[in-house]
Design a protein around this ligand. Structure first.
Ligand SMILES: [Zn+2]
Ligand SMILES: [Zn+2]
Length: 135
């Protein structure tokens, strides 16, 4: 079982099964929804996903005619998106509390990526366990 939760902790969920390959999506709606350079997502079969608390707090925003993005209405954490007719949710991986096992396989919608994010060089930037030393 793979567990996840929103930022405030009211919404929790469990996945009874595997998740699909991880994709980093750079599309404009993902960037806006998450306030980030890209969102990291993976498919999870609807039958494998269950809310373990806080389902009543979930609100969904229709960002495309056939797609909704569902989030905790208390803290704003995006949990999943769903496209009409599909049997899987598109899980927002930042809400996972466990390592799902799957790993990233690609970046999509790079044509819409943020101009300030460099796919070739940003992974090579200095790294700190917490804040930079000179903060
Ligand atoms: Zn929340
Ligand atoms: Zn996207």
């Amino acid at each position: 079982m793979i567990k996840g939760s929103c930022m405030c902790g009211e919404v929790t969920y469990a996945i009874n099964g595997e998740i699909g390959d991880i994709t980093h999506c750079h599309c404009t709606t993902c960037r806006k929804a998450h306030g980030t350079a890209f969102s990291s997502v993976a498919a999870v079969q609807m039958k494998d996903f269950e809310f373990t608390s806080g389902e009543e707090l979930i609100k969904c925003y229709r960002s495309s005619p056939d797609k909704v993005r569902c989030f905790c209405s208390n803290c704003g954490s995006h949990i999943y998106a769903h496209r009409e007719g599909q049997s899987h949710y598109i899980l927002r991986l930042g809400t996972l509390d466990d390592d799902p096992g799957a790993r990233p396989v690609n970046h999509i919608w790079v044509s819409l990526k943020a101009p300030w994010y460099n796919l070739e060089t940003d992974c090579g930037l200095p790294k700190y366990d917490e804040w930079p030393d000179d903060r």
